[in-house]
Design a protein around this ligand. Structure first.
Ligand SMILES: Cc1cc2nc3c(=O)[nH]c(=O)nc-3n(C[C@H](O)[C@H](O)[C@H](O)COP(=O)(O)OP(=O)(O)OC[C@H]3O[C@@H](n4cnc5c(N)ncnc54)[C@H](O)[C@@H]3O)c2cc1C
Length: 426
């Protein structure tokens, strides 16, 4: 049985930290805060997945690269997410075909598998220890969900990917033993891993190849021009290109923020579970996302914790976890954290250029591990002269979200209320 000890150990100093952030397996010595003026080919701003991936790709191509992160690398966004690697987008392949042409939809879907292969390839090539585990299941709650799953499998089959499998109600317990689920979609290429240890591994490889990494270095101003001037609190970088990687906050930056609705999404990690419980609830250690209006997602860590999150800022995660797995009602919660997830109105990522030599990519709508890593690669391709694939994204139209932060909060609350209502009606 799980340990029955006081819930919510607030006295534990790690409690408010992500479990990933307190379990890094390497020390990456950065240059600390920048306090001088330097020159480089490429200045990558933000050391999330996008920035680390971009820095890695640029140094491989022989550019001189500087990577700037506002926070400490251990506190960056790479260690605060659900860790699931999943192909595709929020929009289904057929929906994308209607919106962006069948050819572009095929290319966009294939790119997510390329992004996945990129991550897996880096892990293998650089022997990055990050607990990679294959297998993801999307679980259905009812017949409608099952119809959607069957349709989704057909859509991927049409693209030539015949590896997604339907899992019947009878077979679901072999993947996730909960009475809540009536079927599922198993993706053998889907995966979960330790996202921070992956990111640190890639960053260290880039650093070894010559990338200069400064953390605790927020960029405060960008001055466009043939040479882009990037000002930090105590330093300046003169770069041929600047790359804004992920959710970058710079005062006075042209309105990128208007395309994004950020929402602080919560996660928890239990104490390590008794192995009899962990192997019962998730016999194959598969990553799981369900099809609730407010999606739940979870997997086991390598030391047997349940890592659990939901797509709603203010929600009782523990209640949702025990509704799925009643046997966890006494499980101790060892960590809770939250981090912003960025949504766009059309639910596709937002890529583009602020000028000929300032690129950006953000707005991954909860799928930024693959999409951010991919974006880093596509920005490096685009800067070095092959922009076709970057431009398939950059041509997508994105509506601006009117009003300021207060309006965005109300909009988000409305959307969440709608999803909660859907859950109640199920
Ligand atoms: C709780 C949660 C669970 C999630 N689960 C999953 C999942 O299972 N699978 C998945 O694919 N995605 C998931 N996501 C989404 C995923 O984590 C994000 O899409 C991804 O981390 C975005 O990466 P990014 O490269 O855009 O970086 P961002 O997260 O946007 O990071 C940008 C970086 O830039 C830094 N920065 C900002 N401003 C400045 C500045 N002025 N100067 C210097 N640096 C600056 C920030 O500190 C930050 O580190 C989840 C997100 C959350 C919050």
């Amino acid at each position: 049985m799980p340990t029955v000890t006081p819930k919510d150990q607030v006295e534990d100093r790690n409690y408010r930290n992500s479990w990933y952030a307190v379990t890094p397996n390497r020390l990456l010595v950065t240059l600390g805060a920048l306090n001088e003026e330097i020159n480089c080919d490429i200045c990558v701003i933000g050391a999330g997945f996008t920035g680390i991936s971009a820095a890695y790709e640029f140094v491989q191509k022989g550019y001189s690269v500087t990577l700037l992160e506002a926070k400490n690398l251990l506190d960056s966004s790479t260690g605060k997410n659900g860790s699931h690697l999943l192909r595709g987008y929020q929009l289904s392949p057929d929906h994308m075909a209607k919106k962006y042409t069948p050819g572009n939809a095929r290319m966009l879907c294939n790119l997510t598998l390329e992004g996945l292969a990129l991550i897996v390839g880096r892990i293998a090539k650089h022997e990055i220890k990050c607990d990679l585990k294959f297998g993801h299941i999307t679980t259905a709650l009812d017949r409608d969900n099952i119809s959607t799953i069957i349709k989704r499998i057909k859509e991927w089959n049409k693209l030539g990917h015949t590896d997604m499998q339907y899992v019947s109600a009878k077979d679901i317990p072999a993947y996730v033993d909960s009475k809540k689920y009536a079927g599922g979609l198993y993706d053998p290429k889907g995966a979960h891993f330790h996202p921070l240890n992956y990111a640190l591994g890639v960053a260290q490889t880039a650093q070894t190849a010559g990338c200069k990494i400064y953390d605790e270095t927020p960029v405060v101003k960008i001055e466009p021009g043939a040479t882009v001037k990037i000002r930090t609190q105590q330093g300046v970088i003169n770069a041929k290109f600047a790359v804004l990687s992920g959710h970058i906050k710079i005062p006075g930056l042209p309105k990128l923020g208007q395309k994004i609705l950020p929402a602080a999404m919560p996660m928890l990690a239990t104490q390590p579970l008794d192995s009899r419980i962990s192997s019962k609830i998730l016999p194959k250690n598969t990553a799981v996302s369900d099809m609730c209006g407010i999606m739940n997602y979870f997997n086991l860590s390598n030391d047997g914790r349940l890592l659990f999150g939901s797509i709603c800022p203010d929600i009782d995660l523990q209640k949702r976890m025990t509704a799925i797995f009643p046997e966890l009602k006494d499980a101790t919660i060892a960590h809770r954290w939250n981090n912003p997830m960025d949504f766009t109105l059309n639910r596709m990522p937002h890529f583009g250029r602020l000028s000929d030599n300032i690129f950006y990519a953000h707005g991954y709508c909860g799928q930024g591990i693959i999409l951010g890593n991919l974006a880093g690669k596509l920005m490096a391709e685009a800067v070095s002269g092959t922009a076709e694939r970057f431009d398939v994204f950059a041509r997508m139209k994105h509506l601006s979200i009117p009003g300021g932060d207060a309006f965005k909060k109300r909009l988000l609350a409305f959307a969440m209320a709608w999803h909660r209502l859907q859950d109640t009606l199920l």
